[in-house]
Design a protein around this ligand. Sequence first.
Ligand code: ADP
Ligand code: MG
Length: 339
Amino acid sequence: MEARTEISSLGEFGLIKKINEGFKTSLPETVCGIGDDAAVIDLDTNYGLLTTDMLLEGVHFDLTFFPLKHLGYKAIAVNISDIAAMNGIPKQVTVSLALSNRFSVEAVDELYAGIHAACRDYNVDLVGGDTSSSRSGLLISVSVFGQVKKDLITYRNTAKANDILCVTGDLGGAYLGLQLLEREKQVFLANPNMQPELEGNDYVIQRQLRPEARMDVVYELAEAGVLPTAMIDLSDGLASDLLHLCAQSQVGAIVYEERLPIDDHTFLAATELNISPITAALNGGEDYELLFTISQDAYELVKNNPKITVIGYVTDNKEEIVLHTKGDNRVPITAQGWS
Ligand code: ADP
Ligand code: MG
């Protein structure tokens, strides 16, 4: 009998690693293949950046609470976030759809209204895609092409010991927004006459339904003359993405619990849901903020930017990626990302 290995035994990252091992890039223009937020292609004067992400109904979104317009916007924003993580400027996007007969032309119009709004906000052109029927549900696959000046690109594997660890915005909101939406869905399914209790939770729900790629910070860092030494976007949660950055850079990190940026609304939602806000900030995904490192000299240039928080620093001990707690303990940071 032929051997059969369950994909779950490898996990998402193990599977990608296995795929990667089977391929070596051979073209001189392929500067960086699998492994960073976007592939890097030599275009002579600039680097081209290419990234793709797909969203599946029932896996990545639930249309009972996800408006199609927001979904269209999010599909573009999460891909642009990967270009931002390379310090690049997004330029062109393609959008591929698989639709079941459950969807009407009006529904597709709604989806594209969101795609259109995102293309306008991020100043990118929709230049193609593919359309297919689907036997079950909706699938959206987006690819983005971007560019960056060669000396401005930021990889995941170039953080150095003693660099300062920074994060944009605030963390944990998108995860708690999802938990609230899921909870209200269950209440609604049990009793369709119940009104949703989402009042006061607009902020975290918006973090889930309408994430933004932090292109604003990419521009502000450039204006301030700061070039991060390494950067990744936070799609799987701070813990998981910090572990990627550290593993690829072969460094360790110390993160201070008291420095984690958590919005007041996120605290309130966490209390309501009986979830630790620190756990949400560390392991909740989909915030699409940027995690980056800067050299100590650059600290003065970022310290007054309210969008940026220093959360810790990089060490040369790659065995030690830890959270320094409020009680002065050091606990290992472990990934509980999606599988
Ligand atoms: P991100 O969260 O930044 O989108 P992922 O964790 O999805 O990144 O992917 C990590 C790396 O693995 C990226 O370089 C991505 O292009 C690559 N990758 C993911 N899935 C596949 C696949 N099926 N085949 C080849 N490369 C893949
Ligand atoms: Mg990414």
